[in-house]
Design a protein around this ligand. Structure first.
Ligand SMILES: [Zn+2]
Ligand SMILES: [Zn+2]
Length: 427
């Protein structure tokens, strides 16, 4: 790193051309599957009022209490860099009167999100997510639909080896009973838990199940099972969700300790992990997750409208694709353009414009001084043909076509070039 140089902030990274293929492929899959299942694009601002997350995600949650980047404007407005996508989508739903549209409203988005935490594998402080949300939807059909969308996207990215974990955390009513049982269970072990869990015990006991500390995980085995505490409606809803997944032959694991980190979830919660031998069981890579939020829109000042959705980590999915050795072709080229001398460079640029119109993709290394150096660059790219223009060809309005495999080259008039390329390159 050069002296007197200012690097990017901790936990924030450049997305580089070497990963272009992964990013573009993921965005293409998201767009395609969104359209297939009739979701519509939305983009919300990167900054939101702090209250959206205080009210929506919960003041006591770690996300809100510890991990938000916040700032105060000159006008004393308290803003934060969005730490998650669902609360802003619900804010937008209310603000834009979407409850008067035909329901449900099916939205998808992607973009950067920010959490101030210790950077870890495939989780930087700035990270990217895509997400799908269905607002105005009570039916378990939609819980199944968002799981289907997520798994379809993973399959389209050649990630077939994943694990869907699913659970229901009930409604406000039945969860109250469960939390009492959970606290009773943990009470005798309280002093053995990590300091975060000791706080969770008081403010948000459900998140005791979410702790990744080894000493806390020990006690997870014997916890009361939340499904046993669900009220009739919650039980029925969850049963139907599972019936949909069974009908679609989408494999899942019931994980009764899965609760997700955010406070707005009700009923169904799910998370998808990378499966397979490459990963140790305890450190399975989480690709994203979501669930139902029947009260979030109401919490944010909207009508009593239910919703369900998920968010997926793009960096995590790229990591998974690398682990699984998924290869992506980036913008393959048909041709390499080579030119030497002022006139030839001008002509080759005009040639580029013409062949581009005919649908051919070309690369070049005009900056290099000699034809042989440019040819070496061409041979690295695995292109079929090189087009070479020297001073003589420029003056005579001809061009050399060199077959990179056989090495044979042929001189033809420039005005016959497109016809010749169409003969030699199948489109
Ligand atoms: Zn319930
Ligand atoms: Zn703990």
């Amino acid at each position: 790193m050069p002296k007197n140089f200012f690097a990017s902030p901790k936990g924030m990274k450049d997305i580089l051309p070497e990963e272009e293929g992964f990013w573009k492929k993921i965005y293409q899959s998201v767009e395609k599957i969104a359209k297939d299942y009739d979701f519509h694009f939305i983009e919300t601002p990167i900054l939101e009022k702090k209250e959206i997350f205080l009210k929506g995600v919960g003041e006591e949650s770690e996300l809100v209490s510890k991990q938000m980047y916040s700032l105060t404007t000159k006008g004393k407005e308290k803003l934060v860099l969005r730490p998650e996508g669902t609360a802003p989508i619900c804010r937008a739903y209310i603000e834009n009167g979407m409850s008067s549209l035909p329901q449900p409203v099916k939205l998808y988005y992607y973009g950067p999100f920010f959490r101030y935490e210790r950077p870890q594998r495939a989780r930087e402080r700035e990270f990217h997510q895509f997400g799908f949300e269905v607002l105005g939807a009570k039916d378990p059909f939609y819980d199944a639909l968002v799981v289907l969308v997520f798994t379809d996207i993973l399959k389209s990215l050649k990630l077939k080896d994943f694990i869907v974990k699913i659970n229901s955390i009930g409604c406000r009513k039945c969860r109250k009973k469960y939390l009492r049982a959970l606290k009773k269970y943990y009470q005798p072990y309280l002093k053995n838990l990590c300091s975060d869990c000791q706080k969770r015990f008081e403010v948000n006991p459900l998140r005791l199940l979410d702790c990744k500390e080894e000493k806390c995980s020990l006690y997870k085995k014997g916890v009361p099972i939340i499904l046993d505490f669900l009220c009739k409606d919650c039980k029925r809803h969850f049963k139907l969700v599972l019936e949909f997944l069974d009908y679609l032959s989408l494999p899942y694991y019931l994980d009764h300790t899965l609760v997700r980190g955010l406070d707005y979830y009700t009923n169904t919660v799910f998370e998808i992990f990378l499966g397979g031998e490459e990963e140790e069981e305890f450190s399975k890579l989480s690709l994203g997750g979501g669930g139902r939020y029947n009260e979030l829109i109401k919490f944010l000042g909207g009508e009593n409208v239910a919703g369900v959705g998920f968010g997926a980590g793009i960096e995590r999915i790229i990591e998974a694709m690398k682990i699984k050795g998924v290869k992506i072709k980036v913008n393959p080229k048909d041709l390499f353009l080579i030119a030497l001398g002022g006139e030839a460079k001008k002509e080759i640029l005009a040639v580029w414009r013409e062949i581009k119109k005919a649908g051919f993709k070309a690369a070049e290394a005009i900056e290099k001084e000699s034809i042989s150096a440019q040819l070496r660059a061409a041979s690295k790219l695995n292109v079929k043909l090189a087009l070479i223009l020297g001073q003589r060809e420029a003056a005579e309005k001809t061009i050399l076509i060199k077959d990179m495999e056989s090495g044979i080259q042929e001189e033809i008039p420039q005005n016959k070039l497109i016809k010749e390329l169409k003969k030699r390159i199948e489109k």
